[in-house]
Design a protein around this ligand. Sequence first.
Ligand SMILES: [Cu+2]
Length: 220
Amino acid sequence: MNDSGGSGQASLQFDGDQATVTVSYSGLAEEFQDGPFPHAQHIHIAGQGECPDASFDENGDGVVSTPEGQPAYGEVGTALTTEGETGADSALAVERFPGGPSADYERTFELNQDSADSVRHGTGVIVVHGLDPSTLSDEAAEADSPLDDSLPLAATAPALCGALSTSQMEATPEGGVDTGGGSTAGIENEWLIGLGGLTLVGAAGAGALAMRRRESGEQN
Ligand SMILES: [Cu+2]
């Protein structure tokens, strides 16, 4: 977004109430006040599940600011921090985000309910913030952030945006499988492997059903 010059990819995988989020990117702003440029990153939720285009630039300064883009990607639901809290309160915890031009982020944590619901409904959007002010119009480069007037607009404006689309993994069964009184822990772990594990469970279920039918046939 905003001609940031960066690109990247992100993923989110559910494991019960835990989510593992990965975000990797390169090509973003390198330095801010002689330190690594802090790139705030969030899961935005409850919007249209889309990334805004240039037409969202309401004030015409050439930058789609974070609030200007909100009708498309929604509000901050989760702060993808490197440590500590991940709630929306940490949205601007600049000390706890990856810094510098590139990052390879992975974290597993308990995703709050609002964020989990939004992701499952297809309106979760990953946004990485922070633009190099030298690439902006003079007006935008001088402007304060609409989120925090102690920061420049460039520090908080969106640089990368990607809408999460749901995959087959969402079809993972929520209940337990009756394993005949034994522990289901092993089975639950197999589900997490993904589609391969799911296929195995389905096949075993069908086999057991056929066997029961045959048994009841013999009894009759
Ligand atoms: Cu954000």
